[in-house]
Design a protein around this ligand. Structure first.
Ligand code: FES
Ligand code: FES
Length: 315
């Protein structure tokens, strides 16, 4: 999921068109802060301006995955659906600002219960669990918590072990966190505590001075012949450093772990086969500039009827 920042193309851009010079002030983890008002949502202000990265960006601004969940005035909220202006005067808590003993109990519980694999979804789930435990303590039932997990998508652990871990924290059940003692022995997952608390960085959490940002232009049709790709307007857009298409990739353009059958780009004269096919990648000084420019790329398609039968797809 670490590369998904490039996957959210510019049709998702939601710029607050009010007063771009206004600063929005609020408290984060007990500190007074102010941010630019033109972030597309609160998550972007936290991650891109304040460098608070425990809240992950899995799908912004669609509010589907729950990875960006934080607490606003004590209530769990998905921050990618929260307008920056609405944060004025509010008190925000992210996992960085949670009391150390509480952080420890969550990280121990998730590590001991095997409540995570890649860990990308867990910081958001921890914040949701915290808001419920703050409210109900040891009375929080598994059924109640399962309902609240409806706001979260975990694609690799499943929810049973996550619920086990939350139950451990709610009830204060002691757990032992030990790495496996050898082949075949049980033990906590490597880096589980850092993953649970959102402290272990993913690609999207990398911050390097002078870093450029990329945004993809995906196909508008799941199956179509690509007749032309016009990048001129996008190339002239503010902040854009480069645009790449299939024409810029020499040699074999296909990648894959077992079969090399996945084209990194679909070029002019080729055919798309799913909604994630990439037609161009824009590199720009900021994420917002990259996404805005990606939206300016013009493509001429000859749309075809999608193939939805796997047997038909391979014949
Ligand atoms: S990033 Fe906010 S819900 Fe997915
Ligand atoms: S998505 Fe990987 S642990 Fe939940």
């Amino acid at each position: 999921m670490g590369f998904t920042f490039t996957f959210r193309i510019s049709w998702t851009l939601m710029i607050d068109q009010t007063d771009l010079s206004t600063r929005i002030s609020f408290r984060v983890n007990g500190n007074d802060v102010s941010v630019a008002s033109d972030h597309p949502h609160l998550l972007a202000a936290l991650r891109d301006e304040l460098n608070i990265t425990s809240a992950k960006d899995g799908c912004s601004p669609t509010g589907q995955c729950g990875c960006c969940t934080i607490m606003i005035d004590g209530k769990a909220q998905v921050s990618c659906q929260y307008p920056v202006a609405k944060a004025e005067g509010r008190s925000i808590t992210t996992l960085e600002g949670v009391d150390e003993a509480e952080r420890q109990s969550f990280s121990d519980a998730f590590a001991a219960c095997g409540g995570l694999q890649c860990g990308f979804c867990i910081p958001g789930i921890v914040m949701r669990a915290k808001s419920q435990i703050d409210k109900k303590g040891a009375d929080l039932t598994r059924e109640e918590m399962s309902r609240h997990l409806g706001a979260h998508l975990c694609r690799c652990t499943g929810y049973v072990k996550i619920l086990d871990a939350i139950d451990v924290v709610a009830k204060g059940t002691p757990v032992s966190v030990a790495l496996p003692g050898g082949i075949g022995s049980r033990g906590a997952k490597y880096e589980a505590p850092e993953l649970a608390l959102g402290d272990r960085g993913y690609v999207d959490d990398i911050r390097v001075p002078g870093m450029l940002h990329a945004a993809l232009h995906l196909t508008a049709h799941v199956r179509a012949d690509i007749l032309a790709i016009d990048t001129a307007d996008a190339l002239a857009a503010p902040g854009v450093e480069a645009i790449y298409t299939a024409d810029d990739v020499p040699g074999d353009i296909r990648v894959g772990i077992i079969y090399k059958d996945w084209p990194v780009f679909i070029g002019v004269g080729e055919r798309t086969s799913y909604a994630g096919d990439v037609l161009a990648i824009v590199v720009a000084r900021t994420r917002r500039e990259a996404r805005a420019a990606a939206a300016l790329i013009k493509v001429i398609y000859n749309p075809l009827r999608p193939i939805v039968d796997p047997m038909q797809a391979i014949t």
